[in-house]
Ligand binder design. Structure first.
Ligand code: NAD
Length: 362
């Protein structure tokens, strides 16, 4: 299987190196047969060839079995017509990565983590209020006069139905509960479609309970009663905001794992940005991207019916948990002092330790 690795900008190359070290070790220990190809995107690519994302990379992503993408610093890119292409946005659109899967859970001992949080946000990833990319052609944001700007929020039955299907599928494998989030009495037509589709899909899952909540009530409820929420089904922009809140409640944005998936493609891309304020200092927490690659292994395992890939994904997650459980191996954002590279090395060592333990008991 071919994995395309795109390190991205700012902290991207540092955390991608740590995540790749873990992935390479998992590949060897579990005999996964993965091959990795590294390519520049973002500022590194722009400096060499005048564009942050050449078409050839999109073609390689379309041909690969999966992609690992580091965060990209879009706010520092030149305008699009001068080569500043939004890398994650374009890859999401071209690969039709309609599902953004973002887990958040509390781990014992982490400062700032709220107990009893263990949720999976299933966010629609192609339309909603993302007006720069939600149209077939042109932008969903425009100015009819010089002092009026309009942004169009697009909700379709097709996109709502397929994301609801993903949410209920995940819920079936978890605690069998979905909270569908919108603001239906205000966004009556668009969230009407979104919730109606959730209602229809729910009929196929009689063993999964579900409820509808407004986004404002949801934000408060997630904070005060996190144990009530398992899978959270949500539109694009509300989901972007709520997932950052959820992961901050788990201890730090540095823990933000995320998978962007369609039925054919999957891209591991941490839920946080490129953190230019701490780039190049070896202090970024690579946990989010490492856990994103664990999700990618699990996704590949389900897609290709290969239990070894799922097993490797669980092993990576277990190794990260073990490393985070030790205050001596926590990164700065979690109150510790270990660097990005050393954290990756600690996860690799833990992965080997657990694999040896399993080998001895077999
Ligand atoms: P950000 O997520 O990069 O940073 C917000 C805060 O969280 C900063 O204080 C940062 O230092 C901290 N942080 C983030 N990741 C961390 C990590 N792994 N370890 C420790 N601390 C971490 O958000 P921002 O500052 O609003 O955006 C910076 C750039 O990232 C922008 O150019 C934005 O467009 C881009 N961005 C990219 C993606 C992506 O590639 N998928 C997503 C969001 C934002």
């Amino acid at each position: 299987m071919n994995i395309l690795v795109l390190p991205g900008d700012d902290i991207g190359p540092e955390i991608t190196a740590a995540a790749l070290a873990v992935l390479e070790r998992a590949n060897a220990v579990y005999s996964l047969g993965l091959k990795f190809e590294l390519r520049d995107v973002g500022v590194a690519s722009y400096k060499k060839i005048g564009t942050t994302l050449p078409d050839s990379i999109v073609d390689e992503a379309l041909a690969a079995d999966a992609v690992v993408l580091g965060p990209c610093g879009m706010t520092d890119y030149p305008p699009r017509e001068q080569g500043g292409v939004n890398v994650p946005g374009t890859i999401r659109k071209r690969l039709d990565l309609y599902a953004n899967i973002r887990p958040a859970r509390s781990r014992a001992g982490l400062q700032k983590a709220l107990p009893k949080l263990d949720c999976l946000i299933v966010r629609e990833n192609t339309e909603g209020f993302y007006s720069d990319r939600n149209m077939f052609l042109g932008s969903g944001e425009f100015m009819p006069t010089e002092d009026v700007a309009l942004s169009v929020r697009k909700i379709t039955a097709k996109a709502s139905r397929r994301i609801a299907q993903v949410a209920f599928d995940y819920a079936k494998r978890r605690r069998k509960h979905v909270t569908a989030v919108g603001k239906r009495h205000v966004l009556q037509l668009s969230d009407g479609i979104f919730i109606n589709q959730a209602t229809a899909v729910a009929q196929q899952f009689p063993d999964v309970a579900w409820r509808e909540m407004d986004i404002d009530a949801m934000a408060a409820d997630l904070y005060t009663r996190p144990e009530r929420h398992d899978v959270i089904l949500i539109t694009n922009m509300f989901g972007d905001v709520l997932s950052n809140l959820a992961v901050a409640m788990s201890g730090s944005l540095g823990l933000a794992a995320a998978l962007n998936a369609s039925d054919r493609y999957a891209v591991a891309n941490a839920g946080h940005g490129s953190a230019p304020d701490i780039a190049g200092e070896d202090i970024a927490n690579p946990t989010g991207l490492i856990l994103s690659t664990a999700m990618l292994l699990d996704w590949l395992g389900h897609r290709h019916g290969r239990t070894q890939l799922m097993q490797a994904g669980r092993a990576v997650e277990g190794a990260v948990d073990a490393v985070l459980a030790n205050p001596a191996t926590r990164s700065k954002d979690l109150g510790g002092s270990i660097g990005t590279h050393a954290f990756g090395t600690a996860v690799v060592a833990q992965l080997e330790k657990s694999a040896n333990r399993i080998a001895q008991t077999v």
